[in-house]
Each structure stands twice: as C-alpha cells, then as structure tokens.
Design a protein. Structure first.
Length: 161
C-alpha cells in the first residue's frame, strides 16, 4: 500500500477546498459590490459567509493530512529547522493564513452585516457609506494577502528550496 498516495490524496482535497474559497470569495465579493439592491447585497454577503465556512474544514483536512505526509516521509519536528526548512517556512505562512481567515474575514463579515442593517433603516447614520468603503478595501487587501500566502506555500512545496 502506498501510504503517501493516500495522505497526498486527502491533502490535495484540502488544497482544493482552500482554493474553492479563494476563487469563489472574490467572485461573490464582486457581485456584492456591483449589486445596488440592498436585499441582494445582504444575500451576497450571506453567501460569502457560507462559502467562508468551508475554510476551517479545509484547514483541518490540510493539517491532518499534512501531518500524515510528514509521518510517511519521515519528517520530524527537528527537521523543520534543518533539512525540511521549506516545510517550517510553509507552516509559518500557513499559520498566518489561518489567523487571517479566523480573525479578519469573520470580523469584516460581521461589521458588514451590521452596516447593511443600518442602511436598511429609515435614517441611516451619515458615515455608513464611508465605513462600508473602508470595509470593502480591507476585504480586497485580505483576499490579496491570502492569495499571495497560498501561492508562496505552493511554491515552497513544489521547489522545496
Ligand atoms: C494552504 C496550505 C497548504 C497547501 C496549499 C499545501 C499544498 C501541498 C501540495 C500541492 C503538496 C504536493 C506536493 C508534491 O507532491 O510535490 C503538498 C505536500 C506536502 N504538504 Fe502541504 N499544503 C498545505 C499545508 C500543509 C500543512 C499544514 C502541512 C503540515 C502539517 C503540510 C505538509 C506537507 C508535506 C509533508 C507534504 C509532502 C512533501 C513532499 O513531497 O515531500 N502541508 N502540500
């Protein structure tokens, strides 16, 4: 039995889950921004949150299968600082990615939902549009940073410098 093929199979499913979020996210985000109807905007914001829920499961699959990859390939914790420094670097970038995914993205989603509620009121606060634009910019930066991190992780894995 080729155990590396088994763990790699699950690892690649995890990679697919993360890429699904990173591709679907900006597409739904674009729909959200172009939409003028407030109800449709709320709908797109909800959809974005639902797709985002895939990322913790993807992360869990990646961590478990990643550890399995390490066991099968005989990579120890000590190797992360020596012969497998590429993996050590990859893990640091992965933790940064995870932190952004667990903090920034849900925070933006919550604040946006709140602002959309306020926009729905008869007398929305004056600064609601400015706050929304600032949140949108933060979301763009967050997507960009997440893409850069995932691409760096992929490059590290493929070239193992
Ligand atoms: C976004 C996160 C991650 C991505 C995109 C990713 C991507 C990949 C890909 C595409 C491969 C296959 C490379 C090949 O066969 O040549 C791979 C292998 C591997 N990954 Fe990951 N991975 C991620 C997270 C992790 C984590 C969290 C761990 C450890 C806990 C891990 C450990 C490994 C190991 C040990 C291998 C085998 C490398 C080898 O061929 O020696 N990965 N990863």
């Amino acid at each position: 039995m080729n155990w590396f093929a088994v763990s790699l199979f699950f690892h690649l499913i995890g990679v697919g889950m993360i890429f699904t979020v990173l591709i679907a996210g900006p597409i739904i985000e674009a729909n959200y921004r172009w939409e003028n109807d407030l109800r449709m905007k709320q709908h797109a914001a909800k959809l974005l949150r639902s797709v985002g829920l895939l990322s913790p499961f993807g992360a869990l699959v990646l961590v478990l299968s990643g550890i399995a990859n390490m066991v099968v390939k005989n990579i120890t914790f000590a190797n992360l600082f020596g012969s497998a420094a590429w993996l050590g670097m990859k893990l640091i970038l992965f933790i940064v990615l995870l932190t952004i995914g667990m903090t920034t993205s849900p925070k933006i989603a919550r604040q946006r939902a709140m602002l959309l509620e306020q926009m729905n009121q008869l007398n929305p606060p004056e600064d609601v549009n400015d706050k929304m634009s600032s949140l949108n910019s933060t979301q763009t930066i967050s997507f960009l940073v997440q893409w850069i991190l995932v691409l760096l992780i992929l490059l590290l894995t493929l070239f193992k410098p």
